[in-house]
Design a protein around this ligand. Structure first.
Ligand code: ADP
Ligand code: MG
Ligand code: MG
Ligand code: MG
Length: 418
């Protein structure tokens, strides 16, 4: 680590680094030699430190030049820290209460110092524990409606939208991870794939030879690659959401780029369905987890309904962008036609979201990166039973997405599978 150049920090060097930043030092308080550093990164990619001082705490997140989950053999650009910070400050503009505050950003060190969310826990862990989050549906749908509306051509000028899109086009390395791991590898023989074996061997082989499914997934992949609708978070699973009973905060937007809105909505919904199908695997000690599964299904319905109505409301009240120019629909019949069109637009977004939800579910069972909801079910037969149902829903969400008129029908189908 030459002075001034990038070098990974650790518990020894981070306090010296932070001591030089006036605002960070004052949040921590007291003597830097007494600041306590824990490395808590449980994610797949980066270093995350919690630093505690005499008067407060903060989080420092630093990118590594490789994929942490795999090791130095899989290089990954440090520039993802730049995209994460860019996305985070855009989200702060849209929904300041639903993301951590930023204290400091260092481009060379690929490092962001941010608010320490406490006592928040990762939503995925809360769903495994069986906790209820009464504000989750309202707050996560607000996050999605605001960010997916206010970064789009419905709200921004054409020039600004194109300039913002151009900034994020360079995040191609992280996009490629999604293109490969979500949309491609689970449907072919790939070295990094794994699944509960031998229980799911036949299912995995069937998915690799399912022509209808593969065509449908590739159409979703092309939508992911080509449709620059809005700045999407790009990794909005339940491990990127931190919660308390009253607060919801979204973290980890390093995969952000201009893509299809349904990818974010689908990530939330798909991961909630994974949590739902994992519930029987967490039953025990007199708890059957049936009521909790029903609570998850209710949240899925509520998230879609709230997202849809909030998004439409934002469009109606703030649709000042260069798409659908204001004033063009003033006559009564034009206004009615435009209102009907907005409903169709949301229905298309619904179908996209279902398709992406399905793709997100399947990749977590047949691909490289799995989820704790299912991995924590120790008995492989029991886990495979949960995974088989989740795979069945995932497949239907992809191939039949356009036949569903509302989330209630999707939810009844999921309940039938369970
Ligand atoms: P990665 O990109 O490597 O997945 P994340 O941003 O998801 O890293 O962070 C990894 C973990 O660190 C999270 O699961 C969470 O437990 C913790 N974490 C990250 N940011 C914060 C924060 N602002 N406050 C509290 N904990 C955080
Ligand atoms: Mg993460
Ligand atoms: Mg990063
Ligand atoms: Mg990440």
């Amino acid at each position: 680590g030459a002075a001034g150049g990038y070098h990974p920090l650790d518990g020894g060097t981070l306090p010296d680094y932070l001591a030089k930043l006036e605002n960070c030092a004052s949040i921590l308080g007291g003597n830097p030699s007494e600041w306590h550093v824990d490395e808590v990164g449980d994610g797949n990619l980066n270093l995350v430190f919690i630093v505690r001082g005499a008067s407060g705490s903060l989080v420092a997140k630093q990118a590594l030049p490789y994929v942490r989950l795999v090791g130095e053999s899989w290089p990954l650009p440090l520039k993802r820290a730049f995209f994460e910070h860019e996305a985070l400050i855009t989200q702060i503009d849209c929904v300041p209460d639903l993301v951590p505050a930023v204290h400091h950003y260092d481009d060379v060190m690929a490092l962001t110092v941010m608010e320490h969310l406490t006592p928040h826990i990762i939503l995925r862990k809360g769903l495994i524990a069986g906790n209820l989050y009464p504000k989750l549906a309202e707050q996560i749908s607000e996050f999605m409606a605001q960010t997916l509306f206010k970064t789009s051509d419905l709200y921004l000028s054409a020039k600004e939208k194109k300039q913002r899109n151009a900034v994020f086009c360079d995040n191609d390395a992280l996009c490629k991870i999604t293109e490969d791991l979500v949309f491609t590898d689970p449907y072919r023989v790939a070295e990094l794939n794994r699944w509960t074996s031998p229980q799911l061997d036949d299912t995995a082989a069937r998915f690799r030879n399912d022509a209808e499914l593969k065509v449908a997934v590739q159409s979703l992949k092309e939508a992911f690659m080509g449709r620059a609708e809005a700045l999407i978070h790009g990794d909005l699973h339940s491990g990127s959401i931190m919660v308390t009973e009253t607060e919801t905060k979204v973290i980890d937007p390093e995969f952000a780029f201009y893509g299809p809105r349904g990818f974010d909505v689908g990530a939330v919904i798909g991961n909630l369905f994974l949590a739902y199908f994992s519930q029987p695997g967490h039953a025990g000690n007199g708890q059957d987890r049936v009521a909790y599964g029903e609570w998850i299904l209710t949240q899925i319905g509520e998230i879609w309904e709230r997202f849809q109505s909030r998004f439409l409301q934002l469009w109606e009240s703030q649709g000042q962008g260069d798409a659908y120019v204001a004033g063009l629909f003033e006559e009564l019949d034009s206004a009615a036609a435009f209102a009907a069109y907005r409903r169709t637009y949301l229905q298309d977004l619904f179908h996209d979201s279902l398709g992406f939800a399905g793709a997100k579910m399947i990749r977590r069972i047949l691909g490289l990166a799995h989820v704790e909801d299912l991995e924590s079910i120790e008995d492989p037969d029991r886990r495979a039973a949960c995974e088989t149902k989740a795979l069945a829903l995932g497949r239907i969400l992809i191939v039949d997405r356009k036949t569903y008129e509302n989330m209630a029908s999707v939810i009844s189908y999921a309940r039938q599978l369970q």
